[in-house]
Design a binder for this molecule. Structure first.
Ligand SMILES: Nc1ncnc2c1ncn2[C@@H]1O[C@H](COP(=O)(O)OP(=O)(O)OP(=O)(O)O)[C@@H](O)[C@H]1O
Ligand SMILES: [Mg+2]
Length: 445
């Protein structure tokens, strides 16, 4: 291992010389400075492991002001750098003030060699431990990011979503995530957890709308042995599993009303009682919920408890459907293709860009997976097997002119296997006119 670098600063050459000899003999690589400015310059130029600085310099020998302001500067250069102060005028106040300003320790002149070395070595060890811990933290954060496969969010609509995610992730606020099927609600819930201080604790997802009424309570709150016929042993509920972490209540709008009341009580008190138990348990859980339904309307119609909705949607994140963020399609497709050597032909990309994507990102993922199986070389429009919306023709009277145009173009492209020239011919357009329309459609939903 390289020798630790010590920077010692004093305006008295004999002090510098004495410290230098002592430190060198004990394995330090020593730098010296005679003014605060020189100390700062050295610390900015190279990495110093420990600093030993005098509080008083030539211009102002007793106040310690120069040393104090040097401390502040050193902290701003490297907040982890241990600084030990020394002074011949070491009143206890001076030392306390220096420590308050970030010095790690102090030495009184004239010093005791053994104590000085012990102080410097102690600071070095602490510094190395801190650095190792920082490295581990950075590594853990990276792994977390990698596990969470990358969120594609280049479109303006998704940029807004991600900036909201960044704003609320660190808080304990309940977040209601809404959006159509397959828009990435769970992806966002996991991102909120991963970017929160709870990231190292559990993320527990439960399908609150898909469980039979009979089992929902025991799923959420747990049960004790013998609570009901099938309860042969104790069971820990999702709330307790998520203690200290995040509970993700998926499909919340489908939760039966009776359960909504019990859920609300737990959210309000942070206390739950497992089924069949008489003992309350305290939990610390952040709650995220998701739905593709219009819960506000459900609440207005009495199908969803208004007070529960109010509790869940401290912040609401609305995920845009894929057709409102077509700019993300190429990157999403690229991500789903990632582990394949296949590429999309330009015509196939064109077809992806104009499709309406009723199933959103999940549909795109499935289309690409299927195409990777079907394609013999690069992926062609035929391999995508995209169908215009629904298998039956949409009702013309419910469509806007633009939707009709999109429908006809998609149908023609699909029928011609994505061949733009053929599709143009069928539509009675020139190739360039069709390209113009495709470009226009790409810019809108
Ligand atoms: N922005 C994104 N970047 C990359 N992948 C995404 C993104 N959004 C969604 N996905 C992927 O799309 C699929 C669907 O996402 P997710 O399960 O989060 O959707 P959802 O809104 O919860 O759907 P549902 O309403 O059907 O439960 C997942 O495989 C997910 O990894
Ligand atoms: Mg989901």
């Amino acid at each position: 291992m390289a020798s630790p670098r010590l920077l010692v600063a004093d305006d008295q050459p004999d002090v510098l010389e004495a410290v230098k000899m002592l430190a060198r003999a004990n394995g330090f690589d020593v730098r010296t400075a005679t003014s605060p400015a020189a100390v700062q310059a050295i610390c900015e130029a190279e990495e110093i492991d420990v600093c030993l600085i005098d509080l008083n310099y030539a211009r102002d020998t007793t106040s310690g002001n120069e040393g104090m302001s040097l401390l502040a500067k050193l902290r701003s250069v490297d907040p982890t750098l241990p600084v030990v102060v020394m002074t011949a005028w070491a009143t206890i106040e001076g030392a306390v003030e220096a420590m308050r300003r970030g010095a790690r320790d102090y030495i009184q002149k004239p010093w005791d060699n053994a104590r000085l070395l012990a102080t410097l070595n102690g600071q070095l060890e602490l510094r190395n431990a801190l650095r190792a811990a920082n490295r581990l933290d950075a590594e853990a954060a990276r792994t977390r990011e990698e596990l969470n496969h990358e969120i594609v969010a280049n479109s303006r609509a998704m940029q807004q979503v991600m900036s909201l995610v960044d704003k609320v992730a660190a808080s304990n606020a309940s977040v209601l995530i809404t959006g159509e099927h397959g828009t990435g609600k769970e992806v966002i819930a996991r991102a909120l957890h991963a970017r929160s201080p709870r990231a190292n604790k559990a993320f527990v997802a439960v399908n609150a709308g898909g469980l039979a009424e009979g089992v929902l309570d025991s799923e959420l709150f747990g049960h004790v042995k013998g609570a009901f016929t099938d309860a042969r042993s104790d069971r820990t509920g999702c709330f307790e599993l998520a203690d200290g972490g995040t509970l993700f209540l998926d499909e919340i709008a489908n939760m039966p009303l009776a359960h909504q009341a019990r859920l609300l009580r737990v959210l309000q008190t942070g206390e739950l009682t497992p089924v069949g138990s008489s003992r309350q348990r305290k939990v610390d859980v952040r709650v995220l919920a998701a739905t593709n339904a219009d819960v506000a309307r459900d609440a207005a119609e009495g199908k969803f408890r208004e007070d529960l909705l109010y509790r869940l949607n401290t912040v609401e994140i609305r995920l845009p459907p894929l057709r409102e963020r077509r700019e993300d399609i190429p990157d999403l497709a690229g991500q789903f293709l990632a582990r394949s050597t296949r590429r999309l032909t330009p015509a196939a990309m064109e077809a992806l860009l104009v499709h309406r994507w009723p199933g959103n990102v999940r549909e795109l993922e499935h289309v690409i997976e299927r195409a990777m199986l079907l394609a013999s070389g690069d992926i062609t429009p035929g391999d995508l097997m995209l169908r215009p919306r629904g298998d039956t023709a949409p009702r013309l009277e419910e469509m806007t002119l633009e939707e009709v145009e999109r429908y006809l173009i998609e149908r023609a492209l699909a029928a011609q296997g994505g061949n733009v020239s053929e599709a143009a011919r069928v539509l009675g357009l020139s190739r360039s006119a069709l390209y113009r329309r495709l470009a226009a459609l790409r810019g809108t939903s």
